[in-house]
Design a protein around this ligand. Structure first.
Ligand code: ADP
Length: 290
């Protein structure tokens, strides 16, 4: 089953053009939708989750017309929104049971089985009797995944799931996501390059409502191969380098900036070839260098 999005366009009433002729084809597995804040990722995710309409375009999941047959899509959708809202003082097991009931699982023993399996899957079984409101950020996100998997969805959408998680929690979350990505379409919307690098083979880069790249991560790296150079510079020199070179990124290493610049040929002046990474592709695309 494929998810095919064709020429989706969306303007909000305030005039923001959030989605600009967006087309994507997404296969089974983990798909990373990478873009800075404001790129339009959530607008696209909410559209696919049937929570908002667009001005034009179409989206199909297999034979389901997502924009015109919302009820059918909802039966096969698992959605973890960016803002999950208020977390009640109810225990995880009771809340998940309630959510399974809302999804139509009327039979109590079947529900017990589903809820139990999901809590084990997301490593929350030991904490099942604790209130969700008392959970850490990472536990809440894992609970979010459990609720989103009720009913074996074919399309799973997770919107900015790792923002605010510490490295340990992020890793636990990655492990769970990569397991479910084996059999369904999982779209992971994120501004964190590491999320995509660690989890996804297929990806798209979005900015200002437009898709700037779509393909597999190797193809993305291929686009900048051999054209990324690095140099450790004095922090006071950064502004000058930014004027003289196409600086893709800079990060502090031991207090001084290590800059990556984009150049077809060796810029010399102490630069060395850098091993290109997804972050370079991301910034090169966003800054319209490739
Ligand atoms: P992202 O998820 O990549 O951060 P969003 O889809 O949330 O991007 O936002 C894309 C643009 O649309 C931003 O400029 C944002 O301010 C604007 N936007 C998002 N939701 C609304 C809304 N309901 N009304 C008006 N503007 C919105």
């Amino acid at each position: 089953m494929e998810l095919v999005i064709n020429n989706i366009d969306k303007k909000y009433p305030n005039g923001v053009h959030a989605l600009h002729d967006v087309s994507l084809t997404i296969q089974k597995g983990m798909f990373g939708l990478l873009g800075p804040n404001g790129a339009g990722k959530s607008s696209l995710m909410r559209t696919l989750a049937t929570l908002q309409d667009v001005d034009s375009g179409s989206a199909h999941l297999g034979g389901i017309d997502i924009l015109n047959d919302k009820a059918s899509l909802r039966k096969v959708l698992g959605y973890l929104p960016q803002e999950f809202g208020v977390y009640p003082r109810t225990s995880a097991i009771d809340l998940l049971d309630h959510l399974a009931l809302l999804k139509g699982f009327d039979n109590k023993s079947e529900r017990n089985q589903i809820v139990g399996e999901l809590l084990v899957k997301v490593n929350l079984w030991e904490h099942r009797k604790n209130a969700v409101s008392s959970y850490s950020g990472g536990m809440r996100q894992r609970f979010g995944i459990a609720q989103c998997l009720i009913g074996n969805p074919k399309l799973v959408i997770v919107d900015e799931p790792t923002a605010g998680l510490d490295p340990g929690e992020r890793n636990r979350f990655y492990n769970i996501l990569s397991e479910i990505g084996e059999n369904v379409i999982v779209i992971l919307s994120t501004h964190i390059v590491q999320d995509v690098r660690e989890l996804c083979t297929q990806m798209a880069i979005m900015d200002k409502g437009k898709v700037l790249f779509s393909g597999n991560t190797d193809e993305a790296l291929e686009q900048i191969k051999g054209r990324v150079w690095e140099k450790k510079i004095d922090k006071h020199a950064l502004a000058q380098y930014q004027t003289d070179y196409k600086v893709i990124s800079n990060k502090l290493v031991g207090g001084n900036p290590l800059i990556h610049v984009f150049s077809d040929s060796d810029p010399s002046s102490g630069f060395t070839r850098a091993e290109e990474n997804l972050e370079d592709v991301f910034f090169a695309k966003i800054h319209e260098l490739v």
